[in-house]
Ligand binder design. Sequence first.
Ligand code: GLC
Ligand code: GLC
Length: 650
Amino acid sequence: MYEQVSHSMLNEILAELKAEVESHQLRHFYTRLGANFYAIHSLFRLLYGDRPDFKEQMVSLVETLAARYIEREPSLRKSDLAREKDYNWFLSQKWVGMALYCDRFADGLKGLRSRLPYLQDLGINMLHIMPILDCPPGNSDGGYAVRDFRRVNSRYGATEDIVELAATLRKRDILLVLDVVVNHTSNEHEWAQKARKGEKKYQDYYYVFDNRDIPDIYEETMPEIFPVNSPGNFTWDEEMGKWVMTVFNSYQWDLNYHNPAVLIEMIDIILFWANKGADILRLDAVAFLWKKIGSTCQNEREAHLLLQLLKDCCQVTAPGVLFIAEAIVAPGEIAKYFGEDAINAKECEIAYNATFMSLLWDAVATKNALLLNRGVRSLPDKLERATWLNYVRCHDDIGLGFSDDDARLSGYDPFRHRRFLVDYFTGKFPGSPARGLPFGDNPKTGDTRISGSLASLVGLETALERNDKEAIDAAIKTILLMHGMILSFGGIPLLYYGDAIGTLNSAAYLEDQTKRHDNRWVHRSHFDWVKAEKRHQPGTVEHRIFSALKRMIALRKETTAFADFDNRQLLAVDNPNLLVFFRSDQQNCRNKILVAANFNIEPQSLHVGALRSYGFFLQDGMKDLCSCTHIPVGNDAIVIPPLSFYWLAD
Ligand code: GLC
Ligand code: GLC
């Protein structure tokens, strides 16, 4: 029944649009709209079908899609067509990403251009430029409190600079990733300003309440995201004389997607940046999109419907553009952001693998791979045409987001084990060399996250201060081990900008009044180009890390078994210090790589008996791709040195 309804509505809309858009080449737009309209209409109806203005809103949505398509540059339209044909293009092993701040890594967007050789030297070909949009100078949450979604922050450059940069990157086959902060705006955004002045239309863009009645009910079930810096989920706005929902910082107002106008605005913004040349859009805090009384207001079904709708709409206007879901939620929930079905209910093609990240940190602290093995085994299957973004560090804190059940099955009490991990990484645990800081300490729940740069968390800072050669070695090995995992696991590895040269924590943020309360800035320092130069000097820490990573990245790109086609198999091994999995090339099953990692500080044996049943012959050993050395089998075992990994081929 709905199919007829949607078809007849589509015909009406197209008839209305026709006169306006006849002169533009809309063949592909019409085809894609036809193909996606049933889904778009059904989802829109599920979310907004009860509203008297349902049809007007539907028309307004399609008009938006058409208007942005008409604007789409021929070169981008061409790339859309090519990517439609080669639809698995992003699953290739050739992509290696890095996230950076354009003002901290370079001197704004123009300056970034001159820094591209550094990225290319390392082998980076996917560039996530952290939020660049206009924000209030003080209360910006590192760019995630947007004041104007269509204007680049003047400190970084102008909108044209992004267009130019996108074209430069395209020529070099580097993908551009930009953020769209879909969940909230700054309290200085025009919509918020108008809401404050009393405009009902814009008050309906947010969750606004006259008194505490409803907020109090919400609070009964909503967790706090920044319990220290911004407790509670609502903020009193003096000018408006009302309460407004602010899940993150008090100056970040949550958008109300119960209102279709908000959704349409956001689709318009997404397509605006797609048209500026972004290849991939990182959708921020997607788990939070739908608020419902009596729930945690995270991972709600409607949040998924909204994302499906965003995807279907993007599919019509800019089908070559991918989405990254930033959903740092429980392991079982994250994979749901790929969608339920690769065709009918697709959401984001890429999702942060926060589970793998936290498991890697667990292995670093415990020096074994017990929980890591369990957690990897429990990772939910992902859809076809979906891939993980695997990372060790990013601009945010580390949340210990592995599953409690897996922790228990590994013999830990989840609560006490997380306490241990926080103590370990904040250096409180006896003998720990880590220099992290506790973040978001919540005495009500006992929950704490961790800030700190990769190098300082793995003990490099302590080791350098003590001039302890062995400890320096161990820290460098740990950095390489963790990267060895994200480069081979399956998915797109995303490096964090200072990590390839061993950037330590920086206390500079304490001098800045607007940042000192948020210790995530300890790992968001200005990139030190003098230090980076040392990557050319053999023997330096910088050279040791950079040159090894560079080699691993180059190898990854050559190794077709590392492409992400559901081709990883975890091996059950009896040594709890090891993580062992193999990757095989779908096209040529003889191309197999065995990844074997030792998280312990002693050498560990991997018995090879079991490996033979997986088709590895191991008569006289195997070859490690990274070191290019022959790894012998002795006593039916391979020995893996402390804090090391092999990428083994027959
Ligand atoms: C995302 C960002 C984080 C920010 C939050 C609120 O999680 O990664 O940095 O604080 O959204 O916008
Ligand atoms: C994110 C996550 C949370 C993260 C925070 C930024 O959206 O939900 O785990 O730490 O925002 O710090």
